[in-house]
Write a protein that binds this ligand. Sequence first.
Ligand SMILES: Cc1cc2nc3c(=O)[nH]c(=O)nc-3n(C[C@H](O)[C@H](O)[C@H](O)COP(=O)(O)OP(=O)(O)OC[C@H]3O[C@@H](n4cnc5c(N)ncnc54)[C@H](O)[C@@H]3O)c2cc1C
Length: 442
Amino acid sequence: MINPETNPAHQVVILGGGLTGIATALHLRRPWVLFEREQILGGLAVTREREGYRFDRTGHWLHLRDPGMKKLVAETLPDQMVEVERKARIFSHGATTLYPFQSNLYGLPAEVVKECLLGVIEAKLQSPGAAEPKNFEEYCLRHFGAGISKHFMIPYNERLWGVSPSEITAAWCSRFVPLPNLEQVVAGAVGANAGSMGYNASFMYPKQGGIQTFAAALASRLEPTRVHTSASLDELDFQRREVVVGGERTPYSAVVSTLPLPELLRRMPGLPKDIEEHASRLRCTTLRYLDLATRSRPKADWHWVYVPESRYPFYRVGIYSNAVPSMAPPGGGSFYVELADRGPVREAAVRESAQGLAEMGAIASPDDVLFADAREIQYAYVVFDDHYYAATSAIFAFLESHAIYSRGRYGAWTYNAMEDALIAGREVAATIEAKSAGAIKP
Ligand SMILES: Cc1cc2nc3c(=O)[nH]c(=O)nc-3n(C[C@H](O)[C@H](O)[C@H](O)COP(=O)(O)OP(=O)(O)OC[C@H]3O[C@@H](n4cnc5c(N)ncnc54)[C@H](O)[C@@H]3O)c2cc1C
């Protein structure tokens, strides 16, 4: 009988050392080996430091729902995490209002409030038998009415996703877009709303070092000899069940890939034609943003703000140091500025952003900006268009028939948060353990 502990062909190969890859390794009992392209683990959960200012890859606030994940976080960084009550705002029509827009109209100009309220009432009066919304734009009109859709939902989401909401299916949004009832909308319009709504009313964050402190602490629990950094996947030979990294072949019994799905498929020669065709239909938008530092303390007290109006170059801005002061030197501020323009960052974007922040009352003046570095996330937002479900279900069925589990935000080609990445790692490890236990028995 072959001992699975000593036969390398029975090891699990993990591709990518972001939170999904780390969590997979943490939960696997079978032998595993992990290959990560970058020099450090963490994926999107890493932090950059410049002149004492710290920046994540835009806001990476840890929202926890799952009891197992709460326990994991507490064990990983005992006494080193803080719980922060969210201060999320909307900036619209010159006013700063509470998030979410749909249940906090109070503070907007009276005409806008009236238009939004009438729209919600009209939407609520629609016959219950009306056809299901076909896309996200229709979903907004159906659930929020014309006014809220026009003033926030449609322009904001177009700026966030980088494509028109009419190109996006409605399916992704039920968890992430809070749906208030009429009473909550009316209460929010007159300033009488009690409590926060939405999936992220509070969040956890490391006291020091940015989100990377958390990823690094998790990674430190892995057996280091099995972790290979600066090790990029060249090829996945699914017919021979081997991965090729730096010219070396490694056999596997199963692969957990957390690479962006198109990147994985591109490295798999010999794919069937229909899978190649499905792969060519996968769409994702790139995000450009600024790591921005201010000399003095920000004027605004919020943690992040949503900006639907196109006259501002950014659609969302966050202030790390307002959530956790150690993210900037004493008296300074560290910001992320997420740009609506999906092309390369224009030279004017920094100046326009500084002016916009001053106009919104977030900083004292544009001159207060010490530096602003342009950054990019190539794979940022997967587009849930009409091809999405057919393409992903065919691709995943094919991959799993070859013991390749594509998981995580870009492996599963989805929209999710860090907790989901950790859960995905735990779940895929359990799936593999269960399958292997059946397959390897003598
Ligand atoms: C703009 C933005 C804001 C976000 N804000 C939040 C937030 O506030 N809160 C929250 O909970 N979540 C947030 N998220 C989501 C969060 O970042 C993800 O859910 C999570 O980090 C995904 O982890 P992952 O391991 O699946 O993917 P990744 O972190 O992308 O990890 C994939 C890994 O694969 C590696 N890799 C790529 N190519 C290769 C190759 N060829 N060979 C080997 N390795 C390779 C990469 O280097 C990377 O380390 C945000 C995401 C974005 C884009």
